[in-house]
Design a protein around this ligand. Structure first.
Ligand SMILES: O=C(CO)COP(=O)(O)O
Length: 130
């Protein structure tokens, strides 16, 4: 895979049941991601940083404590080019409104939004071959 542009700003978020998926995704694409500017919710970012020490990840608060909203704010400011958000469709979330608000802003501001791994792979492939 060709390496992506340094300027690509990617937000990474995963619910607890999807964090292993996110870590595997980050490990598989570590070369590409190392060329990007990464921001993540707190626990997701920690898991990625632990698994991929070569990646520099800006960590916001944990999702349920406002991290989803912080990333939504970055999107609204035009500071995120792509949202990769591995959602858990089987578990009720206390912060479901924040989850919906975040995906809504990605849709509103028309940035690529991947809510599962196969879509994330497709988006990265498209970027790498653009
Ligand atoms: O809850 C989340 C997304 O809604 C993710 O937050 P964490 O990465 O802190 O677990």
């Amino acid at each position: 895979m060709k390496v992506g542009p340094l300027s690509l700003r990617i937000a990474l978020v995963a619910h607890d049941q999807k964090k292993d998926d996110m870590v595997a995704f980050a490990q598989e694409h570590v070369e590409f991601l190392s060329q990007c500017s990464l921001v993540a919710t707190g626990t997701t970012g920690q898991r990625i940083a632990d698994a991929c020490p070569e990646l520099s990840v800006r960590r916001m608060k944990s999702g349920p404590l406002g991290g989803d909203q912080q990333i939504g704010a970055l999107i609204s400011e035009g500071e995120v080019d792509m949202l990769i958000f591995f959602v858990d469709p089987l578990t009720p979330m206390p912060h479901d409104v924040d989850v919906k608000a975040l995906t809504r802003l990605a849709t509103l501001y028309d940035i690529p939004l991947a809510q599962n791994r196969s879509t994330a792979e497709a988006i990265l492939f498209a970027q790498a071959n653009a």
